[in-house]
Design a protein around this ligand. Sequence first.
Ligand code: FES
Length: 580
Amino acid sequence: MDFKKADWPRRLRSQEWYGGTSRDNIYHRGWLKNQGYPDDLFDGRPVIGILNTWSELTPCNGHLRELAEKVKAGVWEAGGFPLEVPVFSASENTFRPSAMMYRNLAALAVEEVMRGQPIDGAVLLVGCDKTTPSLMMGAASTDIPSIVVTGGPMLNGWFRGERVGSGTALWQMSEDIKAGRMSHADFLEAEQAMSRSSGTCNTMGTASTMASMAEALGMALSGNAAIPAVDSRRRVMAQLSGRRIVQMVKDDLKPSDILTRAAFENAIRCNGAIGGSTNAVIHLLALAGRVGIDLTLEDWDRLGRDIPTIVNLMPSGEYLMEEFFYAGGLPVVLKRLGEAGVLHRDALTVSGGPIWDEVKDARNWNEDVILPVEKALTASGGIAVLRGNLAPNGAVLKPSAASPHLMQHRGRAVVFETIDDYKARIDCDDLDIDETCVMVLKNCGPKGYPGMAEVGNMGLPPKVLKKGITDMIRISDARMSGTAYGTAVLHTAPEAAVGGPLAVVRDGDMIEIDVAARRIHLDIPEDELAARLAAWRPLSAPPDSGYASMFHAHVEGADTGADFDFLKGCRGREVGRDSH
Ligand code: FES
C-alpha cells in the first residue's frame, strides 16, 4: 500500500469550469444557477457526480432515484456539491439482443461524461448485472476518484413455502414444466412471488457477484454488497458513501490506487468463496485491461483452484442474499480468506485504509449460510479454465454449479448451429439425443449473437428431462446467467463466428472433457480438423451500419474480457479546450 494523500486545499478540475471570472466561467456557473444554486457552492469544493443508472426499463435499478437523494445528503454533509447525472442503463432482463452488447457502450459513455463534465469525484450508482462493470470500467479509464454504491438485492421470494431465487427458480420451473412436473397455471402463480421488492436478483447471480466483486476489489465501502435494497441500512450505506467520496477527492484517492493486481487477486479468490458468476471472469478481465493490469484466464484458474465455496446461496446452494446479509455478508467471507492466508490484507480500499482493517472484526451469525470450510459446497470453488483443440484460447466452467459425475466425460456431439436452430429443434421427439450426449451451441459469442447472450445453460430436451435427468454437458461460446446452474462449458474461444474450432464441430463427433486435467478435446484427426477449419465460412456478413457494426469491428474475444480494442487502458481525466 503506497497511497499518498494529496495536499488539501488545492484547485480541483471543476474549477476549470466554475472557478474564475472569465466569460466562460460566468457562462458555466450562470447556467447551473438556473437550478437555484447559491454562489458560494462554486468556491472550490468538490463537485460530485452521482452517476445514476436508474431507469424504469431497468427494474433492478428502479429505486436508485431515492438512493441518490441519500448519496446527495452525504455529499452535502461532507462539504461537497452533488449533481445527479443520468447515464446509460443496460437492463439484463429487457435489453435485446443482449445487455452485454451494451456494456462497452455504457462504459464509453460514462467515461466521456466523467471527463467532459466538471466532475471531481463520482458515486457510481449501479445494480443490474452490466451496470456495475460498465461504470467501473468507465471510471477506471478516467482515473477520477470513484466509489461504487449498489442498489442491493431484492428480499427473498417465497412460493408455497419454498424460497424463490431470481432466475434460478425460473430455470427450474421451466424445466419442471417440460418434464411434466408443474402446470402452467402454477408457473403463472409463481410469477407473482418472484420479485417481492425493489432490488437486484436475490441469488448469487451476476448482480450480487459484481456487487461482491466491487467490495472485494475495494471500490465500495465494506458491507455494501449484501444489504437488501429496501433495508434502511442500504440508505445509510448510500449516505456514508456520499460523505466518503468528498474525502476521496480531497485525498485524490483514485481507481488506479485501488485497482491493483492485489485487488484483482482478492476478488478472484472471493468469487470462488461465494460461488460467484462466470460473468465476473469477463468483467474483471475487461476492468483490469482499463488499468493496465495483465490479468489472464490462467490467473482465474490458478487463484481460485483451492478456494472452497462457503457461501450457501442459490444457484450453487440453498439460501438467498437476504440471509447472506443477516449472516454477516461479504466481510465474513473476506475475513475467512484473510485467516486462510489467501487475502492480500494490505490492499487499499475506498476507505483509504487496508481491506483487512475493514473485515478483521466481522462475525458469522449463521453457519448454515456461511459454511465452515469442512462443510463447503465444493472444495474447489474457483472457475475452471479448460483448454484443448476445441478451445485453444480457453473456455470456463463453474464447478460449484456443475454435476460431479460429469466432470470427466466423453460423449457424442449434438450440434445446434445457432440459438434459433436450438429453439426450433430442442423439443422435437425425433431429436437424436440422450443424456450421455454433449450439447453444442455455436455462434453465441461476442460477435456471433451478437453480444454473447446468456444462453450457454440451454435447457435440456424434454425427452431427457422426462427420464428425471437434470443435467448434461453443454458447450458453447455463450455466457450463462449467474443465476443458472449446470455443467456448462462457456466462453469457448475463439468463438464460432470468427472461425474458432467450435464452428466446425459436427453431429456425431466425440467430445471429451476432463475438468481435473483442465482439458477439452474434439476427438477427430488433426488433419480433419485442419481441413474443416480451412473450409469454414462465416454464416453471415458483418453488420455495416449503426452501433452493431462498431461492436462487431471492435469487440475482442471472451478470453480477454470482450472489451473494445480501442477502449483498453486509462486515458486520464484531462480534457481539451473549452467549448466556447
Ligand atoms: Fe437485473 Fe438480475 S436481471 S439484477
